[in-house]
Design a protein around this ligand. Structure first.
Ligand code: S3P
Length: 175
């Protein structure tokens, strides 16, 4: 199997799951948002503040284009990566897409403590409403992933175990 790419909404656990899963699978890990911030020499909120969302999305698409040349990586993406058709095409070509999902109340609970680092949620008056609105808008894009794993009432370890099982099944199906 080529790259394993984690997609899904903010607060669904992509980075934490990605890090542990990469260790369990002995694959190198790439966090796309970290890569974008490194390239820019600025944090994600700073990029949003100085270049707007459009500037960030351009950087994100560039990072997707670059990362789809990697082989056998575990890649965690930012929550908006699936909104761009070109990104989806590139990611699908480079590996298997696993979408992490969670209930809105869980997402709000998980993201509240790190709100300033999430400009899309922190810029408006009501983060809860924003989460619901964005989840509804994005549902059809997340549905393009190959598999979806609900992380709502599970620890990072439990989610990793479930994905490892799914991977074994895929290998079996391919035989
Ligand atoms: C975004 C999610 C963030 C980050 C940026 C935009 C989004 O990543 O890429 O703030 O559009 O959902 P996380 O999903 O890791 O929070």
């Amino acid at each position: 199997m080529n790259n394993i790419i984690l997609v899904g909404f903010m607060g669904t656990g992509k980075s934490a799951v990605g890090r542990l899963l990469s260790r369990r699978l002995n694959r190198p890990f790439l966090d796309l948002d970290e890569q974008i911030a490194k390239e820019a020499g600025r944090s994600i909120p700073e990029i949003f503040a100085s270049e707007g969302e459009a500037g960030f999305r351009k950087r994100e698409s560039d990072a997707v284009a670059w990362s789809s040349g990697l082989k056998n990586y575990l890649i965690a993406t930012g929550g908006g990566v699936m909104l761009d058709e070109g990104n989806v095409q590139r990611l699908k070509k480079s590996g298997v897409l696993i979408c992490l999902s969670a209930r809105p109340d869980i997402i709000v609970q998980r993201t509240l403590s790190t709100l300033p680092s999430r400009p899309l949620l922190s810029n408006g008056p009501d983060p809860r409403e924003k989460v619901e609105e964005l989840l509804n808008l994005r549902a059809p894009f997340y549905a393009l992933a190959d598999r979806t794993v609900d992380t709502s009432d599970r620890s990072v370890e439990q989610v990793v175990e479930e994905i490892l099982k799914e991977i074994e099944e895929w290998k079996f199906e391919k035989r």
